[in-house]
Structures are given as structure tokens and as C-alpha cells.
Design a protein around this ligand. Structure first.
Ligand code: ADP
Length: 523
């Protein structure tokens, strides 16, 4: 027999060991096994068990840890769990005898105490004895209660841990599925979380990005080319803004250039030191492009409208002067200028209407069989009065060129735009060739000049709205940058393609395809 002092000492050691287990590991099962083992040992029991209310399934008690019992014996103890604590004094002994009979175990005494967590029952602890005449004393029950308290703490820890874990998983899922880029950085500006959208935006994989400084992965540059994240991090600025926002350009790893907006939600210590921050990154490239387009639209239109209007006003004003007598030739010339400029205005307005129609959802085409050689000859004839002797036009179509399927006026517009550009962008003149040939179900056509040419990096952009190559001729020639946008929209509405082959200083060849006529398709 242990002396009372030894007993207290042993109990303290056990409790200490349990609290160590509580701080070191959060595995509830192991802590509860330790608790029931020591509770049985400290109260001279032979076996015991801890059952917890199952929160997720109807709140029933379920065995969570046992001591001195084999796994096969446990089902027999389930009937004990249906008793409420108040049932135990009356019915506990009878049930214990039934269990003893079923399992063949010697079970003669039982002590059952509730596990409570801040007055809420979370389970029961049972300790069994084999000795017949040694009932559990109040002292024993006090000891079991102390172990029960430890078990309740273990349950509380585990539940807290579970709920934190669940909350974290919920948060992780929210961050991961966010349509915006989201990343979390730590107090040293290193990335700890990087969602899928961030991977798509930056081209960095999560594995590579995590652990790196955010300025290296995101690197937002301002218009002057300064890496704001590196040299002017909004989270470091004083005085600190609560939720700083940064806008600028990033270059993704695959070379894509994007315009992004990054909004930060920092967490700081009471002293203001950064603990961590969530960054929400949004791709605003399209929005920025729209803004630029809007501005270009206004400046192009105001410029293009202003020039003819002021010429018309100038000539009209001059011709209507009462103090000057104009000869018929002067009046004719003046009126011709007014007419030309009015035509230019009308063309520009038509182009603008076309563009808004095309961006709003396409154009209506009226299909017919069109003989391209005749149409090209007709367009060339209409240029004759404007194109001087510096130009020679050549038409190159095979004699048996089949007709194309298309809208006559729109096909005429395509050829007129391309030939007008060939003239406009060939300041030295030269030969302009217009030709084509049938290929499978399409007619391949071209308009080639010997003009200034287009640098390779501009050859896609010239088909965009309002885009004009920035060169000397841009300032010298009139233009709104709408012609090729409209031309491409028309060709594509016919199911064709258009592209340019060009060398700076040598000339350009615009090639486009149009579907061949019905009889060719039917062959
Ligand atoms: P615009 O001629 O009114 O400027 P376009 O859309 O027709 O508009 O052409 C866009 C730009 O493409 C022009 O400003 C010019 O820089 C370039 N471009 C078009 N055609 C040619 C050409 N044949 N040779 C050289 N540059 C061309």
C-alpha cells in the first residue's frame, strides 16, 4: 500500500504528465488514454473508459478511450452509455453485472462521473474495480474528478483545434476559389499563400512563389518603370494607409504584360509593425485599354472632325466676303475644296457608324456573286483622279477567276481602304499591284505597294481601332486609324482572314481571303 503522501505525489506526477501531453500533442485519443490509465491506477481500479457525446451524430455517448479492456469487450459496455448520470445509482450495478456475465470480466464496483466543460457535459468517465468489498470512497471520486477535469481540457483543446482547422480550411478554400488573385505575405514580405488566380496572373507556380519576396513575384511597375513593390511598398509608407491600393503594370513570367490593381489588408501589432497582409490582385488590363481607347477616340475624333470643319468654314467665309470679287475659277476651286472636305467628313462619320455597329455585334451582309477583277478595276478607276503619275496600278487575276461570295459594297470598301492606304503610305509613288487566285474554297487576294512598310512589331496592332504607326507620315497624312479595323471586321464577317506581309522601306502586301461563289463551292 502507498502512504497517503506518496499517493498525492504520484497523482501530481500523473497530472503533470497529462498536462505535458496536453501541451505537446493535440491527438485527443492519446491524451484520453493517458487520463483513463492514470485514473484507473490512482484509484486501484482494474479497468475504465471515457465516453464523449458525439456532437455530429445525435449527441450520443461514444467510447473514446479505455484502460484494461480489450477491443472485443467494448461493445458490451455500450448499454452503460444509455444511462443518464441520475440513473446510475439505481441501475448501474445491475447493468454492470450483465456486462460482467457477457464478457466474463470480474466487475464489481463502478464509479461514473460526468466530464464537464464550463458546466456543459461533454462525456462520462467510468472506473471499474474487481474487489468485492472495497467501494469507491469520496476521496477516490475526487481523484477521478481531477482526471475528468484534465480529460475535459483535452476535449476542449481538441474541439478548439478542430474548429480553428475547419475555419482555416474554409478560409483556404475561399482564398483558393477567389476570382481575384489573392496572396498572403508575412512580416518579412515573403509569400505564404498564393491562390490559383495568382498563378494565372503572374505565371508563377504556387510552389515557386511561396517563400519568395512579394516584390519579386508581383513587381508592380508605375508608368515611369519604377518597381513600386520594391522601392515604394505601400505597406511601408508613412503615415500608413489602412487599406492601400496600388495600380500598375506587371510582366508575367511568360512575358505577358498586364495592368493590375492590388488592394492590401495588413494586420499590424499595436506598435504598428506589420504582422501579415492579404493582397487582392485584380487584372484591370481591359479596363485600362478601354480608358486609353476612350481618350484616343476623343482626341482622334476631335482632330479629324476639326480639320475639315475649319477648312470648310475658312473657304465658305472667304467666298462669302462682300468686299472681294472672285472669278468663276476661284469660286469653282473653293467649292471643290468644300466638297472634298465635306466628303471626308461624311466618310469619317460613316466609318464611326461602321465601327460602333461592328463593336455592337456585327454587320449585316447581303451576299451575291462578285467578280473580283471587275470590282478591283472599278475601284482603281475611282482612284485615278487622286493618284498622280507617280503611281502605276497593275491588276493580276487569272482569266478564269471564279466569283467570290460576298456583300458587294462591303467588298468594295475593303479594296478601297487597302488601295487608299497603299497610295497614302507610298510617298515616293511606285507600282500598286492588286491580284488574287482561287485556293480550295477561298479566293486569296492582295494589295501590294512599294511604300514605307510596317515594322514587324506593329503588324498586328495596325488592325486595332484608332491605331496608327508612329512615324513621320502619321503626322503628314490624314487618318483616324479606323480603316484597317473596319476592313478586318468586314473580311472576318465573310468568314475570311486578313494579314500583312511587309518590310520597312520596301513596301507592304495586305493579303485577305474571301469565300468563293456558290457554283465553285458546289463543285
Ligand atoms: P489610317 O490610315 O486612317 O491611319 P488604317 O486603319 O487604315 O488607318 O491604318 C492604320 C495604320 O496602319 C496607318 O496609320 C499606318 O501607320 C499603317 N498602314 C496601313 N496601311 C499601310 C501601308 N500600305 N503601308 C504602310 N503603313 C500602312
Amino acid at each position: 500500500m502507498l502512504e497517503p503522501n506518496d499517493h498525492r505525489l504520484r497523482q501530481r506526477e500523473y497530472l503533470l504528465e497529462i498536462s505535458r501531453a496536453l501541451t505537446e500533442q493535440l491527438d485527443l485519443g492519446s491524451v484520453l488514454s493517458l487520463v483513463i490509465d492514470y485514473a484507473v491506477r490512482m484509484t486501484s481500479g482494474t479497468s475504465g473508459l471515457i465516453a464523449l457525446y458525439d456532437e455530429e451524430n445525435s449527441g450520443e455517448l461514444r467510447i473514446s478511450a479505455s484502460s484494461g479492456l480489450s477491443r472485443d469487450d467494448l461493445p458490451a459496455f455500450v448499454r452503460l452509455l444509455s444511462l443518464t448520470p441520475s440513473d446510475i445509482p439505481q441501475r448501474g450495478d445491475a447493468i454492470l453485472r450483465e456486462i460482467a456475465t457477457d464478457t466474463g470480466l470480474t466487475l464489481r464496483q463502478m464509479s461514473a462521473l460526468p466530464l464537464t466543460l464550463r458546466d456543459t457535459p461533454v462525456g462520462m468517465i467510468f472506473v471499474f474495480r474487481a474487489a468485492l468489498n472495497v467501494a469507491f470512497s469520496n476521496d477516490d471520486r475526487r481523484v477521478i474528478k481531477e482526471f475528468a477535469d484534465q480529460a475535459a481540457i483535452a476535449v476542449s483543446n481538441a474541439r478548439l483545434y478542430q474548429s480553428v482547422l475547419r475555419e482555416k480550411q474554409r478560409l483556404d478554400a475561399m482564398i483558393e476559389q477567389s476570382a481575384d488573385g489573392a496572396m498572403i505575405i508575412d512580416s518579412r514580405w515573403r509569400i505564404t499563400t498564393f491562390n490559383r488566380t495568382m498563378e494565372q496572373l503572374t505565371g508563377w507556380s504556387r510552389e515557386e512563389a511561396i517563400g519568395r519576396p512579394c516584390a519579386e513575384v508581383l513587381g508592380i511597375h508605375n508608368l515611369q518603370g519604377l518597381n513600386i513593390c520594391l522601392h515604394d511598398c505601400p505597406l511601408q509608407r508613412r503615415p500608413t494607409v489602412t487599406n492601400p491600393v496600388v495600380e500598375g503594370r506587371i510582366i508575367a513570367r511568360d512575358g505577358r504584360e498586364l495592368f493590375v490593381q492590388s488592394r492590401y489588408a495588413p494586420q499590424r501589432s499595436p506598435q504598428g509593425k506589420l504582422l501579415s497582409a492579404i493582397a487582392n490582385v485584380r487584372d484591370i488590363t481591359l479596363q485600362k485599354q478601354e480608358e486609353v481607347l476612350q481618350n484616343t477616340f476623343i482626341s482622334v475624333i476631335s482632330h479629324e472632325l476639326k480639320t475639315p470643319v475649319s477648312i470648310i468654314k475658312g473657304f465658305a467665309g472667304t467666298l462669302s466676303r462682300k468686299d472681294v470679287e472672285f472669278g468663276p475659277a476661284q469660286i469653282r476651286d473653293g467649292l471643290a475644296v468644300i466638297e472634298d472636305e465635306a466628303d471626308r467628313l461624311a466618310r469619317l462619320i460613316q466609318d464611326l457608324l461602321d465601327v460602333s455597329r461592328m463593336t455592337a455585334g456585327g454587320i449585316r451582309l447581303e451576299f451575291a456573286d462578285i467578280p473580283l477583277p471587275a470590282l478591283a478595276a472599278d475601284v482603281v478607276r475611282s482612284f485615278a483622279p487622286t493618284a498622280d503619275e507617280r503611281f502605276e496600278f497593275q491588276l493580276r487575276f487569272p482569266d478564269d477567276m471564279p466569283p467570290v461570295q460576298g456583300d458587294y459594297e462591303r467588298c468594295r470598301q475593303v479594296l478601297a481602304n487597302l488601295i487608299s492606304n497603299a497610295v497614302k503610305y507610298s510617298p515616293e509613288g511606285g507600282t500598286i499591284r492588286i491580284g488574287g487566285w482561287p485556293e480550295d474554297d477561298y479566293a486569296v487576294c492582295y494589295v501590294a505597294d512599294q511604300g514605307i512598310g510596317i515594322p514587324p512589331e506593329e503588324q498586328e496592332a495596325i488592325f486595332h481601332r484608332f491605331y496608327r504607326v508612329d512615324n513621320r507620315l502619321r503626322r503628314e497624312t490624314q487618318g483616324s486609324g479606323l480603316g484597317l479595323f473596319i476592313t478586318r471586321a468586314i473580311v472576318e464577317a465573310h468568314g475570311g482572314h486578313i494579314w500583312v506581309e511587309s518590310q520597312v522601306g520596301r513596301g507592304s502586301r495586305f493579303v485577305f481571303t474571301l469565300p468563293l461563289g456558290r457554283h465553285k463551292l458546289a463543285e
